[in-house]
Ligand binder design. Structure first.
Ligand code: NAD
Length: 338
């Protein structure tokens, strides 16, 4: 039995990863450790708890709480830590960076220390393409490129990546890092651009597009990202970093148009608003390293967007209560009364 601690497993990517892992590997046990911030939700894992009661455990806790993390690791005889836990929304990091530094940097340090103290456990860090910053011209970021983060969120993720690498070099901890492009799919909190626009459009509300909407992004389907992480756990080389994405790019406006077409909603819902501070114009990853490890994305951008739209159409039970809670106050702070 492999025994994996998945921190941040009640969030968007984490819950998709846990579901996939338990379905794919009958010999894996998963312990989800999550603080349940506004972005972490137990209902994201309800079906998992029902289907795998003997191989799935949930523990509520903060990754900054070293004592609790260590006791959970020892009690469950964990051999691998996969860290998804983070504050993740760039707009919130601009409004209030403190929690980002605390969780994303200090929390990662705590997990690395516990991994080291408990016998050099296998450690995988979920990072982001945003650590590379804005990418000029036709260049694609390679894993060996310097990090040049430009938002408090990206800077905190870059800090964590440096720590992970330092623990590998200094202490020989068997670490890997994956840097994922933008993920979309089921259970993504509706503050993020794609579910925000889908749920606004379903409510016939305007879609607030930052600036000219020409920012270029790689929208990968979350399950593709999850299969890449699974592969890295099996075949990744300790000390290495792997970019994960489709390697393709599209503008935010193109994404919005596909989304509106799938919903049968008019383009007149598009409303350009003042651009985000320090908004990166382009991210683009060179994904040849993960492909040579034996991985391939299975969803194009368009398929990923259309599949995501259909999930939100079919799962109002999940997002309607969120949109009427804390989210409403946050939305007004960022977008006013639109
Ligand atoms: P999310 O915001 O949906 O989920 C984050 C989870 O972490 C939540 O369940 C939350 O409760 C938990 N958490 C936050 N602070 C915690 C703490 N101190 N202790 C324990 N748990 C805590 O995020 P996501 O989109 O699923 O992202 C997961 C990871 O993937 C993050 O590390 C993020 O940086 C990275 N990533 C995300 C994307 C994307 O497009 N969403 C792309 C690349 C990388």
């Amino acid at each position: 039995m492999k025994r994996i601690l998945v921190t941040g497993g009640a969030g968007f990517i984490g819950c998709n990863f846990v579901r996939m892992l338990l379905d794919r590997h009958p010999d894996y046990c998963v312990i989800v450790y999550d603080k349940l911030t506004y972005a972490g939700r137990l209902e994201n894992l309800q079906d998992v708890a029902e289907r795998h009661p003997d191989r799935y455990t949930f523990v509520r806790g903060d990754i900054c709480d070293a004592e609790l993390v260590e006791s959970v690791v020892r009690e469950h005889d964990v051999d691998t830590i996969v860290n998804f836990a983070a504050e993740t929304h760039v707009d919130r990091s601009i409004l209030n960076p403190d929690a980002f530094i605390q969780t994303d940097v200090y929390g990662t340090f705590v997990l690395l220390e516990v991994a080291r103290r408990c016998g050099n456990l296998r450690y995988h860090q979920i990072s982001t393409d945003e650590v590379y910053g804005h990418i000029e011209g036709e260049h694609r970021s390679r894993e060996t490129d310097c990090m040049a983060p430009r938002s408090p969120y990206a800077a905190s993720k870059a800090g964590a990546d440096h720590l992970v690498q330092a623990y590998h070099i200094t202490y020989g901890l068997p670490t890997t890092i994956s840097r994922g492009a933008n993920n979309i799919g089921p259970y993504q909190y509706p503050e993020k651009v794609v579910p925000l626009f889908i749920t606004n459009a379903l409510n016939d509300m305007p879609l607030p597009v930052y600036g000219d909407g020409q920012q270029r992004r790689d929208y990968q389907y979350v399950l593709d990202h999850c299969t890449a992480i699974d592969l890295i756990l099996e075949k990744g080389v300790p000390g290495e970093t792997y970019n994960v994405g489709t390697g393709q790019e599209m503008t935010n406006l193109e994404m919005v148009e596909i989304l509106l077409d799938e919903l049968g909603k008019p383009r007149s819902l598009i409303q350009h608003v003042e651009d985000r501070l320090g908004h990166d114009r382009r991210y683009c990853l060179d994904v040849s390293k993960i492909i040579s490890l034996g991985w391939q994305p299975t969803y194009s951008h368009e398929e990923a967007i259309r599949t995501t739209v259909r999930w939100y159409v079919d799962n109002r039970w999940w997002w309607e209560p969120i949109r009427s809670g804390e989210f409403r106050e946050y939305y007004q702070r960022v977008y006013g009364n639109r």
